[in-house]
Write a protein that binds this ligand. Structure first.
Ligand code: PLP
Length: 478
């Protein structure tokens, strides 16, 4: 696709939008300017290609297609069938999965589909077989009460939020922490690393139905072969949530024991983080779990987002190109450069470094909370997010860490030198930020004062890096 074509496609689309609601066209234009002008280090974000973005803006959005390919609850789904078939085929081939379900609208939806598929396969199906029933509609009210009680009383073991797990891995305020009896495993208090013996001991004691592996903020690789051994020993289903690192799996940076697909029964992911696709989710499964995952709709989901499934197909086709492997390797190499940039300047990283796409910077050594650091960095045009660290003294709201990821700026073409400079700029901001005080004069966890001229100096230095690596080069809006 030529730059002129892309520029004209977006310019004309924005004109059409502006003719109906100019504020939306203006906000969309402004978002491009903001993303172009800031250092985006949010580990869960990326920049999808124009082909992926354009695929989402079509009439595929207008079609209802509840059901599965060839088995829809609506008429006229032949084109959606093509879209879903192509997306699932790319997903299976890219990840070497036996089965792929591309309908989930987001990562949380994918995890809900996975939970209920595992419950359907492990709890509901055997109960129905015992009772001689084909589905729950054939149960007496009394039988249904018994089954409902069993479905609602299963055990899930996942990584705790402050060790780097996700809300959906059993965090109490999330539905996963309410629908399951949950326990959480953490990381070693000294090293911050996963301790597989401790996970195994907890699993032996707790005997979960589902063992969840995967993370949002753990800066290291996971040995999924070991996690599978633990799951097998206690009779659990291993579910891996690779939302964050799917791009590194697709790009063959994580192989062997670090590739979850050959080891897990069920793998869930988002498509918009390191995988660089549209916002959405997917579930990969073994043949054994495929029939229950396939019932994602009507079990958990309604109509699929056909336009997003189409964009998933385009993004997965991109991820199957050789160039994506180069990209994924650079994401990991750049994370090393960023980590070394921090440690060489005396900053403390949880686990001492990284071997994936993210680093977790402990900002307590700067005398700051995560909230203060996040805000001060944003003032200087550096977009990050605050994050808990293990045994966080400041809790999940203020936190003591900043999570930084390399997928987005790697897409822009940043390399070793740029990431080293980014680390230098971040350390400069944090070292020149003073924690504030509350109205009563006590220490505040939110207010802060950034030194004079620091924001302007860092913005100028960032602009030099950003100008060298423009976002969507060649895209000019008229
Ligand atoms: N799983 C993990 C590991 C995540 O990091 C996230 C998002 O941050 C999700 C699931 C949820 O994804 P979504 O925001 O698309 O629902």
């Amino acid at each position: 696709m030529t730059d002129a074509l892309i520029s004209s496609a977006y310019s004309q689309a924005l004109e059409v939008i502006a003719s109906v609601e100019p504020r939306i066209a203006a906000a969309t234009r402004q978002e491009l300017a903001d993303q172009r002008g800031s250092l985006k280090l949010i580990a869960s974000e990326n920049y999808a290609s124009p082909a992926v973005l354009l695929t989402m803006g079509t009439w595929l959005s207008d079609k209802y297609a509840e059901g599965t390919v060839g088995h829809r609850f609506y008429a006229g789904c032949q084109n959606v069938d093509t879209v879903e078939t192509v997306a699932a085929e790319h997903a299976r081939e890219l990840f070497g999965a036996e089965y792929a379900y591309v309908q989930p609208h987001s990562g949380i939806d994918a995890n809900l589909v996975a939970f209920w598929s595992i419950l359907a396969h492990r709890v509901e199906a055997p109960a129905l077989a015992n009772l001689g029933a084909k589905n729950v509609n054939e149960l007496t009210d009394a039988d249904w009460e018994t089954l409902r009680h069993e479905l609602g009383n299963q055990r899930l073991l996942g990584m705790s939020l402050d060790a780097g797990g996700h809300l959906t891995h059993g965090f109490r305020p999330n539905i996963s922490g309410k629908m399951f009896h949950q326990q959480q495993y953490g990381t070693d208090p000294e090293t911050g690393l996963l301790d597989y013996d401790a996970v195994a001991a907890k699993a032996r004691e707790f005997k979960p139905l589902i063992l969840v592996a995967g993370y949002s903020a753990y800066p290291r690789r996971v040995n999924f072969a070991k996690m599978r051994e633990i799951a097998d020993e206690v009779g659990a289903t291993l579910m891996v949530d690779m939302a964050h690192f799917a791009g590194l799996v697709a790009g063959k940076v994580f192989t062997g024991d670090e590739d979850p697909v050959p080891h897990a029964h069920v793998v869930t992911t988002t498509t918009h983080k390191s995988l660089r696709g549209p916002r959405g989710g997917m579930v990969l499964a073994t043949e054994e779990y495929a029939p229950s995952v396939d019932r994602g709709c009507p079990m958990v989901l309604g109509g699929p987002l056909s336009h997003v499934m189409a964009a998933k197909a385009v993004a997965l086709a991109e991820a199957r190109q050789d160039s994506f492997r180069g990209y994924a390797q650079k994401v990991a190499d750049n994370a090393q450069s960023l980590a070394e940039g921090f440690t060489s300047r005396g900053a403390r990283l949880v686990t001492g470094g990284t071997d994936n796409h993210l680093v977790l910077l402990d900002v307590t050594s700067f005398g700051l909370t995560g909230r203060q650091a996040e805000s001060a960095l944003l003032d200087a045009g550096v977009v990050t997010n605050r994050n808990s660290i293990p045994a966080d003294p400041n809790g999940a709201w203020y936190t003591s860490g900043i999570r930084l990821g390399t997928p987005a700026l790697t897409t822009r073409g940043f390399g070793h030198d740029e990431f080293d400079r980014v680390a230098e700029l971040i350390v400069h901001v944090l070292a020149n930020t003073q924690p504030g005080t509350t109205k009563a004069g006590g220490p505040s966890k939110a207010s802060y004062a950034l030194g004079d001229g620091v924001a302007a100096k860092v913005k100028d230095a960032s602009a030099e890096l950003l100008d060298k690596h423009p976002l969507y080069p060649g895209l000019e809006l008229s």
